[in-house]
Every structure is written in structure tokens, then in C-alpha cells.
Ligand binder design. Structure first.
Ligand SMILES: Nc1ncnc2c1ncn2[C@@H]1O[C@H](COP(=O)(O)OP(=O)(O)OP(=O)(O)O)[C@@H](O)[C@H]1O
Length: 674
């Protein structure tokens, strides 16, 4: 389907409706420059296509003015007085991602005019028909707004984005919270029948607020086997005839998950067979149970102090971007951490109490910061900087014991290719630095059994005991403005792992060094001898002292005995993952653009790179490398580029993951010869 229209502020176009996009071609060649009166390119009008999946509304704009500029600097004077014509119009509402920040989505509108009303109407009908086919889009949403979130802007932020929801004809039922716990109570008490009326639950607030909503939903509905308690693990270890407490990091115990089945009063004693990737689950009792069918999708519009979850899942901290992810029905699955407190204090009786976290659980430094910062809530987001410094200077360490399930395959993979150059105080293994991105292959790799609980029945457990400045378990990377790469670069949104970081007691300057590495882009915060980093599916924690405060998604959680496990892909979320570019990708482009690039005899087939290429593409060897006549820093870049060229069918994120691995490896290599 195609026809001639006037595109407002651009000129006459041939508009075509393709299978999955609306595209247009300028009919007047002088329009090609698409500059405004000052000769500045109008990037919005430069666009000549918009995919249906990126259109959130099509609106009839009645009879009115369509501007068509006289273009070029020659016409600058006339340009101020744009040529105008009156005609029937319809507007296509979509978004454009910023070239500098591809994750940041900006609203874009395209108004097309035609003298014939019927033509406009028939195009509108066709476009609306195409949009109806976007079945993943929500129609009815339950929205919780935390008015005091972050800088107290929650209501204002909702007011701004609600206009986009209205335009997209998404119905919203809004609950403005009046107190802490309000959203939790609504989610816990809402009948499943009513919940099914909504296509999603949206939080306008921070990570803590999202956590509250998630817990309100999950606590009364999700019943899964609990992770082993610390004493279960330890007793089991002792009953196998060993009484010694091995040194830190020693593997001490093989545990059988069957001994530690659910303690929830009415939970099913079977391991429930959840499917992590299609949103449906099996094995849950009750036909009315929401876990029987499609789980509601959650959404988060950032208004908080940190907003790490939004940054990790959309790549931007921007309410409009998040609103568009929701309206356009983007979908990913997030891992969640099930945390069980067995004892609140050393003298308490054992009483399991469950909470879920979507981003992070932290102890020691993190617990102290969160409990102290509650006193300074009036300071807004700045409280974290102030309290962080105060807690850092106190330099308190805590004695504790941590046991964690060893993820053998992953740990084996991490070495030796992830060895880095030797630094003083540095650890021998470090993270692989493959960040999670949109359509991430790591997150989309299915588990063999497809279960959300992926702890292994006969997994080995390791134990470490000592004094710690902090203990952190990250479900996702937790990128935020204070830690641009996150707490753990390698932590993916749905990789089925908890990323355990143990910071052993060390001097204040060393700890400061670690924190500085955390705060800088490309830093190496895990690469210290006093930092242990483990990928695990479950861990237990026992405090040796009296006090014990954890930080769960930015909220206080007192726990003396605690265990946690990852639930893979538990949370369906309106997002598509961060679409960011690595710095070196830009460098590579520059190298390519600035010098003539010829494939010639300078290429060498490089079979020996095979072991470091991700297992998903070993068969696509050969890779090419350009070596000769180039300074070292050039060929590093060209290597990465040429690999990309040779494997043209690889998706960008796969290529980047591979390039990131190679980049690490390359640091330790001498230049190669033919
Ligand atoms: N109306 C309200 N008044 C007071 N507290 C509220 C209200 N609504 C929700 N809360 C509580 O405020 C807590 C913090 O909310 P939120 O996470 O939005 O803000 P934040 O702490 O500023 O942001 P972040 O978690 O990103 O650091 C939530 O756990 C929630 O229980």
C-alpha cells in the first residue's frame, strides 16, 4: 500500500505500508537535505521509516495546516515563513533512540497530510490494524505511584508519562500510596481474578518500592522449595563424619537438596516445574492460581534515589523511555533472589521468613549504609553519599560464615582465560566482563530442565569464614550513577546466578581503592586479593556477632541466619535490556573510517583463538586477524573489527560478548606473527 502525502515540516513523500513498517521517500530531491532555516539538519525528519513495533499511537489530526519548508540556506529567509497548506492529517506517534545514547528513547511524531479525508481515514484504519497485531502490548494496567520517592517527584513523573499512556489508549488504575507498605498490602490482598484483569503491574518509584510490590505479589502466591538453612547445611556436613572447619574458600560439603524441602505450611513437596522463558509455569496447585498461567508483567518507571533496576533493564534512567517500553509491550525475564531469614538475632528461635529481591542483597557496609541512611531520608538521594562516607570512615568489619553452592562449569570456564596482568593485592581470577545487553545470548540460553530453581541436587558447597567488610549478592549488575559498570559487570538479568562478592577485612586505603574502582567506568573492583567473587545459585550466611543487618533492594532486612537462592527468569518485566555500545566499538568504527581498509595477504587464519570463543559459535571458524604494518593498539582494534566482518551473521551482542572476551585475552599476548 502506498500513496503521496505531505509530511509536516518535511515535504511531499511517497508513503508505503510494508509488512512490518511504515516508510516514506521524499519526492522533491531538494528535500533530501532536510535542513531547517538555519541549515541545521532536522534529524527527526531525516528518518524515513518507523517500525510498527515502535509506533504507540496513530491519531487523526483533523483538517489543518501542514508545513512544507523551502529548503537550504539559499531559502533561509523564506524558510522562516514556511509554506503552509491546509489538508486532512493523521499523526503517527513513535520514538527515536538518541544516536549518542541508544538506550534513551525520545518521543517522535510524524504528521502526514492529504487533501482527501477518505484516504487519510483508510490509512489510519490500516495502521491501526497493524498495531492490533502487536499482541504483547498492555491494555489495562494497575499503577502504583509513590509520591515521595527519590526527590519527591513520583506524582509529577506519573503526570508527565500518563499522557503517553492516554494517547496509546492504555487504561490505568492508579493507586497513590499513602504510607510504606500500602502497595504491599494491595498486592497481597488483591484477588487473583481481579489481578487477571490487568496486563501488568507498574511501579512509579525506586527499587525499594518495586521490591515492595513484588513481595506483595509473590509472598502469598509463589510456593517453591526453600534453599537449605545454614544449620541444615552445617549439620549435614558434620553428620558425614567431619568436624573440622576448613579454611576460607575450601570445599567442605556436599549437600542433597532433597533434605531441605519447603517449610512453607502448605507448599508442595515436589520441585515445581517452572518454565523460565515463556512465562507459563507448571506444577502449581489451584486453577485460579496466577502461576498456573501467564504471570502478570511488571513495569518500573524510575522516580527513586538509585533506580538500578531501571538502568540495568532499559539502559537509561528516564521515565519516558520506561513508559515506552511498557506501552510497546517489550518483555524480558528477570531472575529473582529468594531470601529466607531463619533467625533475626543470635538468641531468636528458628522461624523462616521469606522475602524476594530483584537486584541486590548486601551485608556489612551495605547494611550499615541502608540502616544509617533511614535517619537522613529528608536529604533525598544525597543521603547515600553522605552516609556512605560516614560508614566507610568507621571501617567496621563483621565476623560471619558463608556457604555457597559451587557452580562448577562456570568457575572452570572463568579460568585461565580470565587471568589478568598481575597487580599488587590483586586476585588471580576476575570476572569475564561480558555485560548483559538486549537479546542477550547468556540470558536466553535455556537451562536443560527449564526450571526456575536451578540448584543442583548433588552440587558441591564451599564454606568461607572470617571477618568481612561487606558481603554482597547481586542478581543483576546493579549499574547506577555511582557505579557505572555496576557492582558486578558479569551479572546478567536472567543468567540463573547470584554473584557473590565477599570483601574480606583489609586496610582502609585498600578498601578505598576497591571502592574507587567500583566508581569508575572500566574499573576492576573485583580484582583484589581481599575480594572473593563467586557465581552461585544458592548461599547461606551466619553472623558470628550479635547485630546483623542486610540491605535488600535498598530496604533494611535484619537477619542473623539467612539463606538465599536464585529463581531463574521469575519476573516478567516490560523492558528489552540495555542497548548500549562499548567504547571500543566507536574506536573501531573510527579506525575503519579513517584509513583505507583492504583485506589482503595481511590476514591470517587464527585457529588458536577457538578456545576463547563462546561455545555458541565454535563451528564458524575461521576468524581473521590483520597483523602486519600496524602498531599494537591498532591491530587489537582491527582484530575485533575483522572478526565482526567475517561473521557477518552474528548479532551485535554476540559479537560484543566475544570481542570482550578476546579483549581480555589480548592484554596478555604478544603480537602474533604469521
Ligand atoms: N506514600 C509513602 N510514604 C512513605 N513511604 C512510602 C510511601 N509509599 C511507599 N513508601 C515506602 O518508601 C520506600 C522507598 O521507596 P522508593 O524505593 O520509591 O524510594 P527511594 O528509597 O528514594 O529510592 P531507591 O529505592 O531507588 O533508593 C518503599 O520501600 C516504600 O515502602
Amino acid at each position: 500500500m502506498s500513496g503521496c502525502f505531505f509530511l509536516d515540516h518535511a515535504g511531499e513523500v511517497l508513503l508505503t505500508r510494508n509488512q512490518d513498517a511504515l516508510s516514506w521517500k521524499f519526492l522533491d530531491s531538494s528535500d533530501c537535505e532536510r535542513r531547517n532555516c538555519l541549515g541545521i539538519r532536522n534529524s527527526e525528519n531525516l528518518k524515513t521509516e518507523i517500525k510498527f513495533s515502535d509506533i504507540y499511537a496513530v491519531e487523526f489530526a483533523n483538517y489543518g495546516v501542514v508545513h512544507s519548508p523551502k529548503l537550504g540556506i539559499r531559502h533561509a529567509k523564506e524558510c522562516r515563513l514556511l509554506k503552509t497548506r491546509e489538508m486532512y492529517r493523521f499523526t503517527v506517534h513513535g520514538f527515536q533512540s538518541s544516536t549518542k545514547e541508544p538506550c534513551l528513547w525520545k518521543l517522535a511524531t510524524f504528521t502526514f497530510g492529504h487533501t482527501d479525508l477518505q484516504t487519510c481515514q483508510s490509512w489510519m484504519d490500516q495502521l491501526n490494524y497493524s498495531l492490533i497485531k502487536e499482541i504483547e502490548r498492555p491494555r489495562h494496567l494497575l499503577v502504583f505511584v509513590h509520591p515521595k520517592s527519590g526527590k519527591g517527584n513520583g506524582s509529577k513523573i506519573w503526570e508527565t508519562v500518563s499522557k503517553i499512556f492516554n494517547l496509546a489508549k492504555v487504561n490505568t488504575k492508579v493507586v497513590l500510596t499513602e504510607r510504606a507498605g500500602h502497595a504491599f498490602d494491595v498486592m497481597a490482598s488483591i484477588q487473583n481474578k481481579e489481578l487477571h484483569l490487568y496486563d501488568g503491574i507498574i511501579a512509579v518509584g525506586g527499587d525499594g518500592f518495586f521490591n515492595e510490590i513484588l513481595n506483595g505479589y509473590l509472598l502469598s502466591r509463589l510456593k517453591v522449595p526453600l534453599p537449605p538453612s545454614p544449620s541444615d547445611s552445617f549439620n549435614s556436613f558434620q553428620s558425614r563424619g567431619s568436624s573440622s572447619v576448613p579454611e576460607s574458600g575450601d570445599a567442605v560439603h556436599e549437600t542433597d537438596q532433597k533434605e531441605h524441602f519447603p517449610l512453607l505450611p502448605d507448599s508442595n513437596q515436589e520441585v515445581m516445574n517452572f518454565r523460565a522463558f515463556n512465562g507459563s509455569c507448571e506444577g502449581i496447585e489451584g486453577p485460579d492460581h496466577p502461576f498456573n498461567g501467564e504471570r502478570p508483567r511488571f513495569g518500573l518507571i524510575p522516580a527513586g534515589s538509585t533506580d538500578a533496576i531501571v538502568i540495568c533493564t532499559t539502559g537509561a534512567r528516564d521515565p519516558i523511555t520506561s513508559a515506552l517500553h511498557i506501552i510497546l509491550g517489550r518483555k524480558i525475564f528477570l531472575d529473582a533472589m529468594q531470601v529466607v531469614r531463619w533467625k533475626t538475632a543470635s538468641t531468636s528461635t528458628i522461624e523462616p521468613f521469606i522475602r524476594y529481591a530483584a537486584s541486590f542483597a548486601g551485608y556489612g557496609f551495605y547494611g550499615d549504609v541502608i540502616s544509617e541512611s533511614e535517619k537522613y531520608r529528608w536529604m533525598g538521594p544525597k543521603r547515600y553519599d553522605y552516609v556512605g562516607t560516614k560508614v566507610f570512615l568507621k571501617h567496621r568489619s563483621y565476623e560471619a560464615e558463608v556457604m555457597f553452592e559451587e557452580a562448577e562449569a562456570e568457575n572452570a570456564k572463568a579460568s585461565p582465560h580470565t587471568r589478568s596482568k598481575r597487580w599488587p593485592f590483586r586476585n588471580t581470577t576476575r570476572s569475564e566482563k561480558i555485560p548483559c545487553r538486549a537479546k542477550c545470548s547468556i540470558c536466553n540460553s535455556k537451562t536443560e530442565d527449564g526450571k526456575i530453581i536451578s540448584t543442583r541436587p548433588n552440587a558441591r558447597w564451599c564454606r568461607t569464614r572470617g571477618r568481612f567488610l561487606s558481603i554482597g549478592a547481586a542478581v543483576m549488575s546493579n549499574r547506577n550513577e555511582r557505579a557505572p559498570d555496576g557492582l558486578v559487570v558479569d551479572a546478567h538479568l536472567s543468567d540463573g546466578f547470584l554473584h557473590l562478592i565477599l570483601i574480606k577485612d583489609c586496610s582502609l586505603p585498600k578498601y578505598l581503592w576497591h571502592l574507587t574502582e567500583l566508581a569508575k567506568k572500566g574499573g576492576e573492583p573485583l580484582n583484589f586479593e581481599f575480594v572473593e567473587y563467586h557465581k552461585t545459585r544458592a548461599f547461606t550466611f551466619t553472623s558470628i556477632g550479635e547485630e546483623s543487618v542486610w540491605n535488600l533492594d535498598g530496604e533494611i532486612f535484619e537477619a542473623h541466619h539467612l539463606s538465599a537462592q536464585v529463581l531463574r527468569g521469575l519476573i516478567p518485566l516490560f523492558a528489552s535490556g540495555p542497548e548500549f555500545r562499548f567504547d571500543y566499538e566507536d574506536d573501531l568504527k573510527k579506525v575503519l573510517d579513517n584509513r583505507p581498509y583492504k583485506y589482503s595477504r595481511r590476514m591470517v587464519i587464527l585457529q588458536r583463538w577457538k578456545p576463547i570463543i563462546s561455545p555458541s559459535f565454535p563451528s564458524r571458524i575461521p576468524f581473521w586477524i590483520i597483523l602486519k604494518d600496524l602498531p599494537l593498539h591498532y591491530w587489537k582494534k582491527e582484530l575485533l573489527y575483522s572478526i565482526g566482518n567475517e561473521i557477518g551473521d552474528l548479532k551485535t551482542h554476540e559479537l560484543s560478548a566475544m570481542a570482550a572476551k578476546i579483549k581480555v585475552e589480548i592484554d596478555g599476548l604478544k603480537p602474533l606473527t604469521k
